[in-house]
Design a protein around this ligand. Structure first.
Ligand code: AMP
Length: 279
């Protein structure tokens, strides 16, 4: 099933095709039409399922459709807010927005703590359609009046289970109170503990419920093998596998820091360049 059959426009299909995607993943097939229709969504999906594109692509399309024909110089208000629990995830999601939205007029920025406020303040003063943010720094901007959340039309809680962690949940609740009551809500979570269920109940209206089968298995292209060997034989086997298989770029996860150092040393002595990176 091609992306276009999900109702996505050519400018978005072009970007994902150029990015190397040939067909939508399971969650994308379910989420894209629901988000395009303006529905609330409750998605059970982990990283690796393609969840990000599942909400980013239809959001880009909805924004793009309303921007077409408008004056590109006119100042625009933020309409989509994506909350993530970590800086890394925020940066990744916003990168996806840029990648998939490169042929659309949609503008985005990322807001997270631990870096200077001023560049973010400058960015927030410009036209923006999408903000991807971690909750604490977002509230700092609201407090400084460098950001107004009253124009948000779509809220995404990405990795919502982690947004409910202690220390973040209060910020999330404060943000929810600052948003217009009438809006589209998308909640994505890998797990569904009671707190997530009650958050979903209070947040979502008649949501499309999407459950991607829990895949504790790695991607299909990953081949797994187990070798049962005596402890003393492990490093010899490893060295032989690496040499015989002509493997480059191998990650090895030993149990201890000491074990990591010892193994790296042994491999190096055996002619395999190795580095230990302990915590
Ligand atoms: P996510 O679950 O959003 O973290 O995405 C996991 C990975 O799958 C990312 O590296 C994406 O670039 C990739 N991905 C997302 N959608 C597709 C697709 N339709 N086809 C191939 N790869 C994809």
């Amino acid at each position: 099933m091609p992306f276009a059959s999900l109702g996505l426009d050519a400018d978005i299909v072009r970007a994902v095709t150029e990015h190397g995607y040939t067909e939508p993943t399971t969650i994308q097939r379910a989420a894209i039409p629901a988000v395009l229709a303006g529905r609330d969504v409750l998605a059970g999906a982990q990283t690796g399922t393609g969840k990000t594109a599942g909400f980013v692509l239809p959001i880009l399309q909805r924004l793009g459709a309303t921007l077409r024909g408008t004056d590109p110089r006119a100042k625009r208000r933020v309409r989509v807010l994506v909350l993530t629990p970590t800086r890394e995830l925020a940066a990744q999601v916003e990168e996806s927005v840029r990648t998939y939205g490169k042929y659309t007029p949609v503008k985005s920025t990322v807001i997270f703590g631990g870096v200077g406020m001023q560049p973010q303040v400058d960015r927030l003063a410009q036209s923006l359609d999408i903000i991807v943010a971690t909750p604490g720094r977002l509230l700092d901007h609201v407090g400084q009046r460098t950001l107004d959340l009253s124009t948000i039309e779509t809220l995404v809680l990405d990795e919502a289970d982690r947004l409910l962690d202690m220390g973040v949940i209060h910020d999330v609740k404060r943000i929810l109170r600052l948003l217009p009551a009438k809006r589209q809500n998308l909640l994505i979570s890998a797990t569904f503990a009671d707190e997530i269920k009650s958050l979903a109940d209070s947040l979502l209206h008649d949501p499309a419920e999407i459950e991607v089968a829990r895949r504790n298995a790695p991607a299909e292209i990953v081949d797994q093998r187990i070798f049962l060997v005596r402890k003393e034989a492990k490093r010899h086997l490893l060295a032989r596998l690496i040499k015989q298989g002509n493997w480059f770029q191998v990650l090895v996860f030993p149990r201890t820091k000491h074990g990591a150092h010892r193994l790296a040393e042994q491999l190096s002595k055996g002619g395999i360049a190795a580095l230990a990176i302990p915590g």
